[in-house]
Write a protein that binds this ligand. Structure first.
Ligand code: FUL
Length: 412
């Protein structure tokens, strides 16, 4: 393929891919009803967190190493976490802070104070809103809600469009995209409309390998439903995001469900198979009926952040460079069992096949091999001692540009 024909990320996508990890927050009226999908009939009077503290959410996100947060401003039940003018099904009509609270504001402010990104989830499917069945009226209603969120809470890093419940339904995506382009041109758009990031295709947090960044591979997962039909045949860069709840099978908090909390090993496996496959990870954590991330989940987030840093903050050696062979000479022989390879994706995803070799005496032994590298590839291999590693690119669409090749010893 000609170099200039390679799909490339825009600046927003580049910045988003560098963040690597976001924390999803599912919180809403469901939190008070032990349920995942409310029907839109639960009274606002039941929304009453006793100790809501968005700063605690954001502190935990930072401790876990997450660079942004995505909050469910409105889930399928239609209940709005901000005092919207569009409906009386919101925090404004709840006892929490005597109806004067705004969860979206508190979360946005906490993110800003702590220097991490803020994004919103606004479910297109709305089981409460009476005008939902009238396409034109609901398009107006939805665009009004979105406008409030796009204009009232500072810069947004991501807007999450959930396809659930919307099968066969068409929304006015051209209009929705115009609003985003007008008010939040740098926000990433997840999954619907004119997506700049795509759903990985499962809710397990796992990207397949290879997980290419271009529309050729993305087409299957994003260009299938009515809502994206108008974009077909537009080859472009659409990296994948892997969403997964920290408690197996539960996006919202449920009482007595701590046994569903994933172990640190499970989280590390997810990390290797999302971030380590070049995709983004969006790990969901659910604030409880107090409005706080439960202690056990908070502890797990801290452990997760510590373990990622323990493994990958301190490389034995690193290099970067262009070309089909990259040598990494160590000052002295060392043990290693992991490599992280990154392409400079600003120039497109060029590498199609590679191998990594370690020098042993006069011989080279294969320690790992693969196809895609993209933003990041984490390779775990059998512990080896060497003073010279080489990365050989066996197939590429254009001259390879390696942003980083780093070696680590994780199993000390
Ligand atoms: C799904 C929804 O139906 C779940 O409730 C959750 O919000 C998840 C992230 O997406 O489609």
């Amino acid at each position: 393929m000609k170099e200039e024909c390679l799909p490339k990320p825009n600046r927003g996508q580049l910045a988003w891919q560098d963040m690597e990890m976001g924390m999803f927050l599912h919180f809403g009226i469901n939190t008070f009803h032990d349920q995942e999908w409310g029907e839109g009939t639960d009274s606002p009077s039941t929304f009453d967190p006793t100790d809501l503290d968005a700063r605690q959410w954001v502190h935990m996100a930072k401790a876990g190493g997450f660079k942004y947060v995505v909050l469910t401003a409105k889930h399928h039940d239609g209940f709005c976490l901000w005092p919207t003018k569009t409906t009386d099904y919101s925090v404004k009509y709840s006892p929490w802070k005597d109806g004067k609270g705004d969860v979206v504001r508190e979360c946005a402010d906490a993110c800003r104070e702590e220097g991490i990104g803020f994004g919103i989830y606004l479910s297109p499917w709305d089981r409460h809103e009476p005008c939902y069945d009238n396409k034109d009226l609901y398009d107006d209603f939805y665009c009004d809600q979105l406008t409030e969120l796009l204009t009232g809470y500072g810069p947004l890093v991501e807007i999450w469009f959930d396809g659930a419940g919307s099968e066969g339904r068409e929304y006015d995506w051209a209009r929705i995209m115009n609003l985003i382009n007008k008010y939040q041109p740098n926000a990433m758009i997840f999954n619907m409309g004119a997506p700049t990031i795509r759903w990985v295709g499962n809710e397990d947090g796992l990207a397949p390998y290879p997980c290419w960044n271009t529309a050729q591979a993305a087409r299957q997962s994003i260009f299938t439903d009515e809502n994206t039909k108008w974009l077909q045949n537009t080859p472009r860069w659409v990296p994948a995001e892997c969403d997964v709840p920290i408690r197996r099978g539960q996006w919202f908090w449920h009482p007595n469900a701590e046994h569903n909390l994933r172990s640190l090993d499970e989280l590390m496996d997810i990390y290797y198979r999302s971030v380590g496959h070049g995709a983004g990870l969006l790990l969901n954590v659910s604030p409880d009926a107090r409005g706080l991330i439960p202690d056990a989940d908070a502890k797990r987030l801290i452990e997760f952040g510590i373990e990622i840093r323990r493994r990958f903050n301190d490389p034995i050696a690193s290099t970067a460079g262009c070309g089909y062979k990259i040598d990494l000479h160590l000052k002295s022989s060392a043990y290693m069992d992991h490599a992280i390879i990154m392409e400079d994706i600003a120039y497109g995803e060029r590498i199609l096949k590679y191998k990594l070799e370690a020098k042993q005496g006069d011989d080279w032994i294969l320690i790992s091999e693969g196809s895609a590298i993209g933003h990041k590839k984490i390779d775990k291999f059998k512990k080896v001692e060497t003073d010279h590693i080489r990365l050989i690119i066996l197939e590429a669409d254009a001259d390879p540009i390696i942003r980083e090749l780093s070696l680590y010893l994780v199993d000390k």
